[in-house]
Each structure stands twice: as C-alpha cells, then as structure tokens.
Design a binder for this molecule. Structure first.
Ligand code: GDG
Length: 462
C-alpha cells in the first residue's frame, strides 16, 4: 500500500477514548509509513501553521495549535453545537450561526494550507469525520490530485432534517471532491443518497456511485470494529482484579453495566427511566440487580452537555432516593473514566450490557462488551435499534430506547435467559466482532480507495 496521510480533528496514537481506531490507524501508519495530521488540542495567540512533528511508537504525528476563536467557532461551535446534534437527529439542540459556519470553513482552509506541503504524489489521503467535511475540496483547490477518502463516524441524518442546515447544499457538494465516502451502515449511506438525489439532483448508480455535475464518488457501507486484542484484555491482571472487585461489591446481585461518554445521544436519561420501570414492575427482583453506569464527561464547555450532566445527576439521585433499601442502591453512577483493561473486567463481571443510544453512528461499547465475555458464562447484550451496530448484531436483544416498557421487558428477559440461549446468541455475536474487527474495516476502506480511478482535479469546486 502507498504511504497514508490520515487527517482528523484530534490525533491519538495511544489508548484513550478512541481505543480501537487509534490502534488500527497507528498500525497502518507504522506498516506503510505516513503521517497523522490534526489539531494538537492546544490554543495559540495567533495561528501560524507551525507544525509540531512527533514520532510515537513508530508513527509520525503532525499537529497544529488553534486560536481561541477557531476553537469556539469550529470545534465548540459548528462541530459540537451544529453538526453533532443535527446529525444525531436533534434539531431542537442544533444552533445555526453564520460565525460557526465561517469558523469551520476557515479552520478547514487552515488545515488544508498546512497539510498540503506534507503530501507526496502517491500518498493515499484519508480524512476522518464531520469536523472535516470540506477538507477534500480545499485540498483539490490547492492542486492535490491524490486519491482522497472520507469516513463519517456518526449517522447521516434524514434528508428533511439536513435541509434545515443553511450550508447543507454546499457541504454535500463539497463532498464530491472525495473519491470514496464511507459510512458505518446502509441506513446512513441511503440517507446520504436521498439528500443528494432529491435536493441536489445527484444520480445514484447501481455500482454504488453518486454522480453530481462532473464528479463521481464511490459510496461504501463499511462498519468499524474493535481491536481484536480486546478479547485478551479481559484476561489481564488488571481486568481480573476489576472483575473480582465489582463482583464482590454486588454480593450476588446481577450487575447491569452501561459505559458511555456523557452525551445526550447516548440515551442515558431514557435508560435510567427504563431501569426504574423495571424496578417498579418487578418488585420481587428489584433488589437482585444493580445498574453501574460509567459516564465520563465530555465537551463540558457546551451548554447542552452541562444540562444533560445535571439532569442525569438529579435523575440518578431521585431514583436512588425513591427505591434504595438499607443495604442496596439501585444505580451506581460514576462520572469518570477507567483504563481499558479495567473496563474489560467490568464488562465481564456484568450479566447485562445496556447499550441504548437514541442514535449512534456505530457504538463500539456494544462490541467491547461482547468481546470481554466469558465464553462459558456470557452475559446478554441489550442494544438500541438505532445504533449502527444493530445492523450487524441481530443476536442482541434489540430495543427501542425511547420506550421504558421495552427496556424493562428486555432487562427481565435477559435476567431470565437460560445459559444455552446466552451462549448461542453470544457465539454468533462474538464471531462477528472477531471477524469484522478494526483491521478488517481499515483494509476494506483502503482497498476501496486504491481501486478507484482518480478524476481530474479541475472538476472539483471548493
Ligand atoms: C464515535 C461515534 C462510533 C468510554 N468510557 C471509557 C472509555 N470509553 C471508550 C469506549 C469506546 C469509546 O470510548 C466510545 O466509543 P463509541 O463508539 O461508543 O462512541 P463515540 O465516542 O461517540 O464515537 C460512534 C465511533 O465514533 C467509532 O466510529 O462507534 O458511533 O459516535 O471504545 O470503551 N474508555 C476508557 N475509559 C472509559 O471510562 N478507557
């Protein structure tokens, strides 16, 4: 394979929250050479385009600092207050401000100017996620003729929701600068086609291409997986210690676990209410379960995240106050993160993995939960129908996360599920997680990118 240039908002070669993605991209960069480019996460008085190169574990990273105004308008603004809510179907939370759109465009131009001199003729360029929609077009307008791929990690919203975004037509047109666009699921891919066809007059071919004006782009549904080594994590010393600690503390009760960034898309309030419904409807079983919800805060400078944080705190407090007994608290709500090996032990100790986002591009926690189970005594995955992962994980108990009744029923069904059925469902799920891991995802995408015939740069509009 050619050298790879990965471009994403943040660069992460270690474990961290990005886990599997960082592992896979780092492995590809190590094997083929190349550069991972993005924002350093740091601020500077004045943007200079100065690149900080680092070599970490055989991977070269190149990062730039951004100005306060860039961070406010591009990152906290357009990325987190406009695109993220809109693409998760929350137009009630989406803020449409011209200054955000302007800052987003400016930062993408700055990234393009800065990364341009690093690109060599045969490099494959791979742009990641919604922070960078216009980057491909910006690179084309700077004469980059290389193959450029784009992968979207979040859902693509239905066309009439996207139509509420003033910049949507320009944004979608700019995507035609890419050679390949990847989505996690057929559903997101179809929504994209729907918009391009109905709003912009694009033509969707039987070969999975979209043609708009002079440009043609290959679309693929390419679901991301986890690092296959996650299966081994549950056997490590740290995982075993966490397993014992959590099991001991549950004193014979069945543990239900949730692990999510604290984000309104993850359906945490609805999850707590569904669990409460279970407690109310099943008085005999209520003291036999404990819900452990791990939710490290994210994007704390955005108001909607401050609101969800405080409303979850009150909800957990109210449910615990209303239902606790002298020796039992129904919800353990933890607002900080744990190392990945500890998480693996916690997953394994849990009889149920509760993964109920209202909308999610994929959801890797569902796959990690499956990977960490004991094959002889696996737990049950309860999974939202609205997570991208549901397309691949039909053997989970699929639920509508908005329905407290369905959540309650699924918890009861999971607790009563006989070992043979748990094993049967788990074996199918585990095979999928093992075979379609993050390296499989990476190969499928880069193979698709290698196969396309590059088109003339002149056909692109920025
Ligand atoms: C986006 C899309 C898509 C969570 N708590 C801790 C911790 N985590 C790790 C999990 C998992 C990752 O963070 C979260 O991944 P998700 O897939 O659930 O969600 P997003 O962060 O929203 O990611 C999503 C993904 O991109 C990849 O394409 O699946 O749909 O929204 O790996 O384990 N990790 C550690 N401690 C924690 O407390 N170490």
């Amino acid at each position: 394979m050619s050298r790879l240039i990965v471009i994403s908002n943040r660069v992460s070669t270690g474990g961290g929250a990005q886990g599997g993605l960082a592992v896979a991209l780092s492995a590809a960069l190590r094997a083929n050479g190349g550069i991972w480019f993005g924002w350093s996460g740091e601020r500077t008085e004045q943007f200079t385009g100065h690149i900080n190169f680092q070599r970490l574990d055989g991977v070269t990273t190149a990062t730039v600092d951004l100005e306060d105004q860039d961070i406010d308008e591009y990152y906290n603004g357009y990325a987190n207050r406009t695109l993220w809510p809109l693409f998760h179907y929350r137009i009630d939370l989406a803020e449409y401000e011209r200054s955000f759109a302007g800052g987003y465009q400016r930062v993408n131009e700055r990234f393009a100017d800065t990364v341009r001199p690093l690109i060599e003729n045969d490099d494959l360029i791979w742009v990641q996620d919604y922070h960078m929609f216009p980057l491909g077009a910006e690179l084309r307008s700077r004469g980059v003729a290389n193959r450029i791929g784009f992968f979207l990690h979040i859902p693509w919203p239905p066309r009439r929701l996207l139509a509420t975004l003033p910049e949507a037509p320009a944004l979608v047109r700019s995507l035609l600068a890419y050679d390949v666009i990847g989505f996690h699921t057929q559903e997101w891919l179809q929504s994209f086609c729907d918009y391009a066809r109905e709003e912009l007059g694009g033509i969707v071919g039987d070969d999975g291409t979209l043609t708009l004006g002079d440009r043609k782009v290959q679309l693929i549904a390419c679901p991301i997986g986890i690092d296959a080594d996650f299966m081994k994590l549950a056997e490590t010393k740290a995982a075993r210690e966490a397993f014992n600690r959590v099991r001991d503390s549950a004193v014979g009760r069945a543990l239900i676990v949730g692990v999510d960034r604290l984000d309104y898309s993850k359906g945490l309030e609805e999850r707590f209410l569904g669990y409460e419904r279970f407690l109310i409807e099943n008085p005999d079983e209520r003291e036999e379960v404990v819900l452990l919800q791990i939710a490290p805060p994210s994007r704390g400078s955005v108001e909607s995240y401050q609101r969800i944080r405080s409303s979850l705190e009150s909800l957990a407090g109210r449910i615990n106050g209303a239902h606790a007994a002298l020796d039992w608290v129904p919800i353990r709500y933890v607002n900080h993160g744990y190392p990945r090996d500890v998480l693996a032990g916690v997953y394994r100790a849990s009889r149920i993995g509760l993964v109920t986002p209202l909308r999610d591009g994929m959801n890797l926690v569902a796959k990690e939960y499956v990977a960490a189970q004991d094959p002889e005594d696996p737990g049950v995955l309860i999974l939202s129908r609205f997570a991208g992962a549901a397309e691949q994980m039909g053997e989970a108990l699929l639920v509508n996360p908005y329905s407290a009744e369905e959540l309650s029923d699924a918890i009861r069904q999971a607790l009563a599920m006989p070992l043979a059925e748990r094993k049967r469902r788990w074996e199918t799920l585990a095979r999928g997680v093992r075979e379609q891991d993050v390296m499989w995802w990476l190969r499928r995408f880069t193979d698709a990118l290698m196969e396309v015939t590059p088109q003339p740069v002149a056909n692109c509009r920025a």
